[in-house]
Write a protein that binds this ligand. Structure first.
Ligand SMILES: [Zn+2]
Ligand SMILES: [Zn+2]
Length: 537
């Protein structure tokens, strides 16, 4: 039965260049989308640029720009990176659209009607000179743990996360004045009311999750769910749809999460589809909802977003399949802005092959534990696995010397055919289980089998000695390549497409394909170029 498959990939925060660490958490979503499309499922892969919040306004002030200029700059960069990386988004948007604002306001009004949003007055830091309430990142405090002066969200020295009471005596980072305490009223979401259904969701879904996802979620539940502020004193963000909150905006966590729903709705509106087909339980079709993100975002996707869905409409499907990636380090160090080691993705894509970067991120990426990127490792993987094995098998078959692009028909080796059919099944199971590294390894095993078959059959000898046998061997090798054009599509979409173009095959399908060899193959370009030492310096 055809499934409706929704794939939500984490929204990139529009505040800095996108780097390899980000995309290594997003690529799994694209693998899932491409695989499910190939099996015939109705896939919707959505995401967008997360534009609101204080880091953006701070950056705008620092650079003498408007927040809109900042977010548009990064949004354009992200769109270009995703295009070059072959991320097959059905819809990629941003949180500054009027459409998104309207859907978020509608959701907040619904939460209010359902009794899950309430006002709460608390003492807060107020800057008399700026004449506004100032929040964690906007103030400077003396860390009660280590005594160093730090931004008010987290101590830059000892990583202590400040509590609200730590911020009561602070300095405004915008104007330098001492802040004072005033009563402030904000709206809160009653997350604490969802302990029971969230535990049920946890117990039902944890079998699909990675160990770290299970542990983090359980820890968060066991610490006790706290209600969360829905509004914040800001002038950059989605307006609050209630009277008396004109100087506040919807807090970024809640509206960015709702982007998964609003992006689906926007796409469906534009294409005459019903968004509920992807988000609501149905008796007519099977549904799957995947969420792909980095480990710093786990509880937002396993607890907070599910609670918002439950609170809004009981018909919502829960995002059961959370694919949380660990971190990718560079040269053994965590990627950080201050270290400047996060190699902007656009620079990487200008220098290296997109498929080869995808391959590295999947085969050596942070699937179940933190992983490390070094240029030496990347060089070895690119030349050793991608060029020497995959590229070479395709090249030496389709460009066999003496045939000049014309390959004769023959008979398929039945044991190899069986192996290919088994590979589809087994790779599919690995992808569905979010074991992407295993899945890619299995495709590479088929490449290895192809190379081994080629070497043992010695077609260069058969060419002169046994025409019939030669035809059978080459025919079999071409069928392996044709099927690699399908099997590689989730992982290396550009080379998979090249193969299908060489062989006159259309879209990738998750089933055995057979191509007729008795024709001219035209010009066959090598799939990859070898990297030299100089390329990775
Ligand atoms: Zn400290
Ligand atoms: Zn101030």
């Amino acid at each position: 039965m055809q499934k409706k498959v929704l794939i939500g990939i984490a929204w990139t925060y529009a505040n800095s260049d996108i780097h390899l660490g980000h995309v290594s958490a997003y690529i799994p979503g694209d693998v899932l989308a491409r695989y499910h499309r190939a099996t015939g499922d109705d896939v919707l892969m959505v995401s967008g640029t997360d534009c609101h919040g204080t880091p953006t306004t701070e950056r705008a002030i620092r650079e003498g720009k408007t927040p809109t200029e900042i977010v548009n700059h990064y949004h354009e960069q992200y769109v270009e990176v995703f295009r070059k990386l072959g991320m097959s988004y059905d819809y990629y948007t941003m949180t500054t659209t009027p459409y998104h604002a309207e859907k978020v306001q509608q959701m907040v009004r619904t939460l209010h009607e359902h009794g899950y949003i309430y006002p709460k007055t608390e003492p807060a830091s107020f800057c008399p000179k700026c004449n506004k309430f100032v929040y964690d990142r906007e103030v400077e405090v003396v860390c009660p743990k280590c005594g160093s002066v730090s931004k008010g969200d987290q101590c830059g020295n000892c990583d202590y996360v400040f509590l609200p009471q730590d911020l009561l005596k602070a300095k405004c980072r915008i104007c330098g004045s001492e802040t004072e305490i005033r009563d402030n009223t904000n709206l809160y979401f009653a997350l604490s009311k969802f302990d029971k259904p969230l535990r049920e969701h946890f117990n039902k879904s944890k079998g699909y999750w990675r160990k770290n996802t299970v542990n983090e979620t359980e820890k968060f539940l066991d610490e006790g769910l706290q209600d969360r502020a829905v509004t914040r004193d800001l002038n950059w963000g989605v307006k609050v749809p209630f009277e008396g909150y004109d100087d506040k905006r919807i807090y970024v966590w809640i509206e960015a999460l709702w982007g998964y729903v609003s992006a689906t709705q926007a796409y469906c509106d534009e294409h005459g589809l019903d968004w509920r087909d992807w988000w609501f339980k149905s008796s007519e079709h099977e549904n799957l909802v995947y969420m792909c993100h980095g480990k710093d975002n786990i509880v937002f996707h396993t607890i907070i977003f599910p609670a918002l869905l439950m609170a809004t409409d009981s018909r919502f499907l829960m995002p059961e399949h959370c694919v949380s990636s660990e971190f990718l380090n560079i040269d053994g160090e965590k990627i950080s802005k201050s270290k400047g080691n996060g190699w902007p993705m656009l620079d990487m894509l200008a220098k290296f092959d997109a498929d080869s970067l995808r391959y590295f991120c999947i085969a050596n990426g942070p699937e179940k534990r933190d992983s490390n990127f070094t240029f030496a490792d990347y060089h070895a993987v690119h030349n050793g696995e991608i060029v020497n094995k995959f590229g070479n098998f395709v090249n030496r078959t389709l460009k066999f010397k003496g045939l000049e692009g014309y390959l004769p028909n023959g008979k398929m080796d039945e044991s190899i055919r069986a192996e290919i059919e088994h590979t589809y099944k087994s790779v599919g199971e690995s992808i569905e289980g979010a074991n992407f590294k295993d899945a890619l390894n299995k495709v590479m095993e088929l490449v290895d089998l192809g190379n081994k078959y080629y070497d043992t059959q010695e077609p260069w000898k058969l060419f002169k000695e046994d025409e019939k046998k030669f035809n059978d061997v080459m025919y079999t090798c071409v069928q392996i390549i044709a099927n690699l054009g399908n099997l590689m599509d989730p992982f290396m979409p550009f080379s998979a497409k090249k193969i299908r173009d060489f062989l006159g095959l259309d879209k990738a399908k998750w089933e055995y394909v057979n191509v007729d060899c008795d024709r001219d193959f035209g010009t066959i370009e090598p799939l990859f170029t070898r990297l030299t030492e100089k390329d990775v310096m």
